[in-house]
Structures are given as C-alpha cells and as structure tokens.
Design a protein around this ligand. Structure first.
Ligand code: PBG
Length: 332
C-alpha cells in the first residue's frame, strides 16, 4: 500500500463524483446469483401463514411452496434451503420421523425437484424439527450424545440425498459427522451430493424467530445448545472446525450467524480459500425488518447488510430477504 499519496494530488473524492463513477470502482458486487432463500414448508397444511416474529416470511403448504419457488426463480433466485415444520404429534425423544422413509420433507424435496430440476436445493441435516425436546440430536445422560446422533444423521442424509437434495447441510455441530456422512454417501453411490457444513455455527440468540417458525422454541424452553454449538467468543476454534470439516470432505463451509460474525467469515475465507457461505439468520432479519416497518431504518439497510457480508468474504448468502433484494437488484 502506497503511503506517499498526498492531498491535493490525491483527492479520493474524485472517484465519488457521481453514481456511475462510484459503480465503476466498486469493489464488491452483490447479485441475485449470490443469494439463497430459506423456505419453511409445513406438513398437513395448505396455503400460507405469516410467521409473527419474521414479518413478510411465511410457512407454506407444499403446493403453495411450489408456487413460491416459481416466483423465486422469476425473481432471479436459483437456490433454496428448505426447512420442514412437522406435525407436533410426530415429534418424539429421538426424532424418529427424521429417518422415516417417506416423510414429509423427503416427499416435498422430490416434488420440488420434479417441478424444478435446475433449482439448487439445500436440505438441513439435524434432528431439531423432529425432537420433542427441540435439540439437534439424541439425549443420553442429559446431554446431546455425539456418536449416537451421528448414526441417525447418516440415515437422515441418505434419505435427503435419495429424495433429490443437491446439497446436504449438517447444521447440528456434532464432531466428526462430516467424515462419516461423506463415507456413507460415497458407499451408497451418492457421489455428487454436495456437503455444505455449518462448520462455524455459534450458540447464538439470533436464532429465536427460526425456532418460532419451526415450532421448536417451546420444546426447547430454557435449554441451551451450548454443549454443541460454538462459544460466541471464539475465533481460533472456528478455524479448527472448518479445517476438520474440509479434511472430512465438506465441499462448502458456512458461518452462522452472519453480520455479528463478519470477522469469522473474513478469517475463514482468507485462511482456507474454499467456498464459504454465510447465513443471515432469522434474528438478524427480524431486527432489520421490524425497524424498517416502524420507519426507524431505511429499507436499504438490508442491502447494506448483505453487501457487508459479501465484502467480508462470503461467496453466497442465505437470507430471508433474498427474494425482495433480488427483485430490487434486478428492478423487477
Ligand atoms: C437447526 C437450525 C437452526 C437454524 C438453522 N438450522 C436453529 C438452531 O440451531 O437452533 C437457524 C436459522 C435461523 O435462525 O434463521 N439445526
């Protein structure tokens, strides 16, 4: 970096004279192709209902979800992450419905892929939508048991891959699950299934509205995920998590949440130079959206937040605002 430049020979404002100049020298470019829309699909339900803590975001019945995906594609969004909202009566202590061969999410994934073969479909691997205690795994002696949980996650992964998911995304933070899932996918001939590891997933309070959305909040109660999700204070540990997951066979790694963890995104991208995604989670979205709806913040804060995530080093971003921002970018 040259440090000899001096005013008035150097005036950085020359390149800010108008918007066209500003655009020409812009260092970060956010496009629709960088955005992934998470969608909630609700079992035994028709139509759509708004999620109270996530203004403008809905739970969809499967038919309505298909319509929504068509809208998304028309808006320029080519990738979705699907999250199931399961019948309460089907939740149990070990999340058995997660590996039930013809379960709701497997059926939904096949329908979606039949209708939209080119769409990139990401499916979460974790037990929290299916357990009556709201944890991501199986509980033994009052804690989520790592190795027992992985056994189930492997079956869940094979089921999701078989249903047609392009990308399987373990979001549970068990140790060693990427390697074991990868081995099983290879063995069962799912050689092209992509593994997106939620590698640096923090034990964050920003997930609150999501837990409302999938109805796991009340199940979880005051219980915390601190024995498996990462301590919010740590960065070296995030680098170790990522290194392990890449060595175990992850194709893409993810940081979550996004905006409060821009330093983590930056360090991971710099250190490993592998495809790195970020998840702008429910609480981040709600915070911005509610302030916008109150008139306290301009709508552009969402675009600003996404550009900052991309500037930090994210290749793609999961965001509840994906559709709206894509329309804005493409002037639809
Ligand atoms: C669960 C899962 C969570 C999210 C995605 N997958 C919540 C959690 O860990 O409790 C959060 C997404 C969001 O807040 O938008 N495995």
């Amino acid at each position: 970096m040259s440090i000899n430049r001096k005013y008035p020979n150097t005036r950085l404002r020359r390149l800010r004279k108008n918007l066209n100049l500003i655009d020409l020298v812009s260092e970060t470019n956010l496009t629709s192709k960088d955005l992934i829309q998470p969608i909630f699909i609700k079992e035994n339900f028709e139509g759509m209902e708004e999620i109270e803590s996530m203004p403008s975001i809905h739970r969809f019945g499967i038919d309505q979800a298909l319509k929504e995906i068509e809208d998304l594609l028309n808006a320029g969004i080519n990738a979705v992450a699907v999250f199931p909202v399961i019948e309460t009566s089907k939740k149990d202590e070990i999340g058995s419905e997660a590996i039930n061969k013809n379960n709701f999410i497997a059926q939904s994934i096949s329908k979606i892929k039949q209708n939209f073969p080119e769409l990139v479909l990401i499916a979460d691997v974790a037990l929290d939508p299916y357990t009556d205690h709201g944890h991501d795994g199986i509980i033994v002696n009052n804690d989520v048991a790592n190795d027992e949980t992985i056994e189930v996650l492997i079956k869940q992964s094979l089921l999701l891959a078989d249903a047609g998911a392009d990308i399987i995304a373990p979001s549970d933070m068990m140790d060693g699950r990427i390697g074991l899932i990868r081995n099983s996918l290879e063995k069962e001939n799912f050689k092209e299934t992509i593994l997106l590891s939620y590698a640096a997933k923090y034990n964050s309070k920003f997930y609150g509205p999501f837990r409302d959305a999938v109805n796991s909040a009340s199940n979880l109660g005051n219980s915390s995920k601190s024995t498996y999700q990462m301590n919010i204070s740590n960065k070296n540990e995030a680098l170790q998590e990522v290194a392990l997951d890449i060595n175990e066979g992850a194709d893409i790694v993810m940081v979550k949440p996004a905006m409060p963890y821009l330093d983590i995104i930056h360090s991971i991208k710099n250190e490993f130079k592998v495809p790195t995604f970020a998840y702008q989670v429910s609480g981040e979205f709600s915070m911005l959206k509610n302030a916008i709806n109150q008139g306290w913040l301009d709508n552009e804060v969402i675009l600003e937040s996404l550009i900052s995530i991309k500037r930090a080093g994210a290749d793609a971003i999961l965001s509840y605002a994906a559709k709206d921002i894509s329309k804005e970018i493409n002037k639809i």
